[in-house]
Design a protein around this ligand. Sequence first.
Ligand SMILES: [Ca+2]
Ligand SMILES: [Ca+2]
Length: 185
Amino acid sequence: MEKTPLSPKLDAAFDQIDLARRGAIDRTAILHQAGRVLSAFGQETSTARGRETVALYGWYWDCLSAHAGVPSDGRMTREEFGAAFQGAFIDGEKFAAVYTPMALATIRLADTDNDGYLVPAELARLWHAIGSSVDDITGAFTAVDADGDGRLSVLEVLDAIRDFYTSDDPASPGNMLYRQVAPTA
Ligand SMILES: [Ca+2]
Ligand SMILES: [Ca+2]
């Protein structure tokens, strides 16, 4: 696949699934990712919330594998994953139906006091849970806090994630949030 500004972002998403660096992922790897996120917030996969989260990650895989033309129990290389992700969620119309519910379930796990908002510590814990790091949590927090009320609503975080995958502007909220793989100015 041709390298684009999106390529390092898709590579990072792949690397967060392919922790063992096998060069290919399958449904089990995605479900393990869900398990890691749940575990980072002290949630079991066997609870109702755990099962729902795992199911949403499973649908994410099913959507990707359908786009890649691989069977649900098959494997997907980095290139196939990148092309499927772009086809389904960036160029296609599955972001709202498939990616958003999975992302929302993940963001809500970080909202440990259940008030619908993330404070900086909750944001940092979320980023750590998904296998990323934020070198400047204050800068990221300020960029994502679109209404400037000093807290991040679940929707502000979701908007930033969408922005990350669709904007090439280094100063945009999503690229500030996820700066280690964002375009540089
Ligand atoms: Ca909260
Ligand atoms: Ca806010």
